[in-house]
Write a protein that binds this ligand. Structure first.
Ligand code: ADP
Length: 447
């Protein structure tokens, strides 16, 4: 049974159920029709006998009396129960004791009999017995049995065939799901879809869920591929520079000065690689769930001010200023991972410096909100177009690659910031207009 296909199992089960149901129906039918027919026959017997009584009441009529009428045999007995005359059906025992007004059955035969005691017009006492056979009922039962053994098997076979067809049709979508999965395994290609016709039944929903799962898997694999190729691309550039520069230094650097210059280039590229590897390591740990956050009670006001001050010299290179504001007088204290918070805010300020306009004022602000806080960094620089806005969280995405490369950026900062704030249960928000500027806000909820 376990090895059978589900459709065979379903057909088998309901065929067994159908046969059982039909047998039950047949038995019920026989039982009720038998008792119905029997009571019908008994009533008919007593009625025919009662009709004949009137004829017998007159003495003359007794001579012309018909001993077989409407399927009933009549027998006459004397007042002391002695059989006198009549028509005895074959196999009927005429000596059976007389009993007034009750329909009885002769055991072992199909005969019913009904007795009546009467006194005719001349005062003569007579017993009248009517006998009828239930042969009709036996033939009725025979017809029923024939029906059962001929029609029922035909019905069962038809229902099995039709049922198997219906079940097979109902299981077609499952077959399609299985075929799609096999195709994906064979081709290692996630673009195949089951694409069942729209429907609200369970199997259609299963197909839609399966397709949706494939969409997500395909997207994630594509992202993963893109990430690996972007990471190798980012690493290849500094490695190439390091190799050519060191080759040049070995072959052509004659003076100490030239050697130093080459070493500086090598160092810059090695720093770049180290930075990239640090970022990659962070993201890999974040993905694997091994990058833990260690919240401690932090004076966020103090810490953010320090961060802004540290980056002032950096901003000055582009003639920029950084201002810090906070409405509330008292310092804001929060449970945060200090290192990660610093990394997130530093990234936002660095971006504001890189993508803000010359002589701009970068505004860093802290606001309390529902027991938590929001820290925002605003610049008035190049801004981000609506079209690019959803992509800035993607790893290695840069609106203007050339400009970003100039700053040594790699397009990993925002995805890191997003992870940091989300791992604190918060969210990152951005409002930006092209050529007008951007405002990045990090909302940290109460912990
Ligand atoms: P990057 O290291 O290149 O700055 P990020 O992940 O921090 O990478 O940012 C992704 C991209 O989002 C940047 O390359 C830049 O195009 C855009 N971006 C980020 N911050 C700003 C900003 N303040 N103003 C304009 N564009 C920005």
């Amino acid at each position: 049974m376990r090895r059978m296909q589900i459709k065979t199992k379903v057909t088998l089960w309901y065929s067994i159920f159908m046969v059982a149901l039909m047998i039950l129906m047949f038995l019920i039918l026989i039982y009720f029709s038998e008792s119905l027919l029997m009571s019908g026959q008994k009533t008919q017997l007593s009625e025919v006998v009662e009709d004949q009584i009137e004829d017998l009441m007159e003495e003359d009529e007794e001579e012309e009396f018909h001993f077989y009428e409407e399927g009933v045999y009549f027998l006459l007995y004397s007042s002391n129960g002695e059989y006198e005359r009549g028509q005895i059906p074959k196999g009927f025992d005429e000596k059976l004791p007389l009993q007034e007004g009750i329909v009885q059955k002769q055991e072992g035969t199909s005969y019913y009999y009904y007795d009546r005691f009467l006194i005719n017009e001349n005062g003569k006492e007579i017993w009248l017995r009517g006998v009828s056979s239930n042969v009709g009922m036996q033939s009725y039962n025979l017809i029923l049995l024939n029906t059962f053994f001929i029609i029922i098997p035909i019905l069962v076979v038809i229902s099995c065939i039709v049922g198997y067809g219906i079940t097979k049709r109902a299981f077609l979508p499952i077959r399609r799901i299985q075929e799609t999965a096999e195709k994906i395994i064979a081709s290692k290609e996630l673009s195949t879809r089951i694409a069942l016709p729209e429907g609200k039944d369970e199997i259609s929903k299963l197909g839609q869920t399966f397709d949706h799962m494939l969409d997500i898997l395909e997207q994630n694999f594509a992202k993963e591929k893109q990430f690996t190729s972007d990471a190798s691309h980012e690493l290849r550039t500094p490695i190439t520079v390091i190799m050519t520069e060191s080759e040049f230094a070995l072959k052509h650097a004659d003076t100490m000065e030239e050697m130093k210059e080459s070493m500086e280039v090598v160092k810059r590229q090695a720093d770049k690689m180290s930075g990239l590897l640090q970022h990659l390591l962070f993201l890999a740990r974040a993905d694997a769930g091994t990058q833990k956050i260690q919240p401690v009670l932090v004076n966020v006001t103090e810490l953010t001010k320090e961060m802004a001050n540290e980056l002032v010299s950096c901003a000055r290179k582009r003639n920029m200023t950084i201002t810090f504001t906070q409405k509330e007088q008292e310092d804001v204290w929060m449970m945060l991972d200090q290192m990660l918070y610093m990394r997130a805010v530093e990234n936002l300020i660095q971006n504001a410096i890189s993508y803000g306009k010359e002589s701009d004022d970068i505004h860093v602000e802290i606001q309390r909100e529902d027991g938590g806080m929001v820290v925002s960094v605003t610049d008035h620089g190049i801004g981000i177009s609506k079209e690019n806005l959803p992509k800035i969280w993607d790893r290695f995405f840069q609106v203007d690659e050339a400009r970003s490369k100039e700053n040594g950026s790699m397009g990993l900062g925002l995805s890191m910031v997003k992870w940091i704030v989300e791992s604190h249960g918060g969210e990152i928000m951005v409002e930006s207009k092209e050529q007008e500027g951007s405002k990045f806000s990090l909302r940290f909820p109460k912990r």
